[in-house]
Design a protein around this ligand. Structure first.
Ligand code: NAD
Length: 260
């Protein structure tokens, strides 16, 4: 996918994995919309990167809000890349120690933000991309990248909602790619292992100390730029489609884990 003369949308672009992806896309020549709820960090990143990066306050659950971010992108250039890295709430165990079930609302909120939010971005980005002229070399109109988690395959204790949501993202990847094949839009998903981002807050050092040694090789958490490089590889490779790729340096979650 040609980035020069294209725009890209990075939802969750003010966060750890998202900001690294914004930097790579800008360096690759795209105009980038940083679409995120977090105004201060999103605007600061846009100010740092100059005229090819714009911040638009965006909530993945709002059609109007996501469309506003897409419009800001298409005002720069045709939207050819959408990467969704938005975060959301934690969740909890199916039953707590007293036998109280996880609140239904809490489960629904996690699934709504992570899974339905990802589909909202995917469908609206696909609609904008479907109006593009196909790339003369590859026939592509666009590429959409979702972010799942290895918890979508092997969720740990306390990840019943998060694992369901991330498993849902993995499950929608192939049918979405099949749906969008008629318009030349590819869909891929990255399932990260454990990455050092602001999502862990003050617990980051403790998590690195505990989880780093459990990673087969390299024995450390992933760096956000390693996620961004995978996203760029998917953008670059016209034959990657309909698949979820684990990016975890070989780690497999056991029964207890982090919140990833
Ligand atoms: N960091 C990890 O170890 C890890 C591992 C596996 C999967 N993931 C997934 O990767 C994605 C990014 O994680 P991260 O570590 O970069 O998190 P992060 O907290 O650094 O960034 C997430 C960003 O999403 C934004 N956001 C939250 N709710 C939003 C909404 N409703 N609309 C728009 N933006 C919203 C936040 O403001 C934040 O800037 C998440 O989906 C996470 O589940 C992360």
């Amino acid at each position: 996918m040609q980035l020069e003369g294209s725009s890209a949308l990075v939802v969750g672009g003010a966060g750890g994995l998202g900001a690294a992806t914004v930097r790579r896309l800008v360096a690759g020549g795209a105009g980038v919309v940083i679409a995120d709820l977090a105004e201060a960090t999103g605007q600061a990143l846009a100010d740092e990167l100059g005229e090819r990066a714009i911040f638009v306050k965006t909530d993945v659950l709002s059609e109007d809000s996501v469309n506003e971010a897409i419009l800001a992108a298409t005002d720069m250039a045709p939207l050819r890349v959408s990467v969704d890295t938005h975060g959301g709430p934690g969740g909890g165990r199916t039953l707590d120690r007293d036998g109280t079930p996880l609140a239904f609302d809490e489960f629904m909120k996690v699934v709504q933000i992570f899974l339905a939010g990802s589909f909202n971005v995917l469908r609206l980005a696909a609609s904008a991309m479907s109006k593009n002229e196909p790339d003369p070399d590859t026939g592509e109109r666009g590429v959409i990248i979702n972010t799942a988690s290895i918890a979508g395959y092997e969720g740990t204790i306390g990840q019943v909602a998060y694992g369901a949501a991330k498993g849902g993202i993995i499950g929608m990847t192939l049918p979405a790619a099949r749906d969008l094949s008629v318009v030349g839009i590819r869909v891929g998903t990255i399932a990260p292992g454990v990455f050092a981002t602001p999502a862990y807050g003050k617990a980051l050092d403790a998590i690195e100390a505990e989880w780093g040694p459990m990673v087969p090789f390299p024995k450390r958490m992933g760096q956000p730029d390693e996620y961004a490089r995978m996203a760029m590889a998917i953008v670059d490779n016209p034959y990657f489609n309909g698949e979820t790729i684990r990016l975890d340096a070989g780690i497999r979650f056991q029964t207890k884990g982090t919140r990833s």
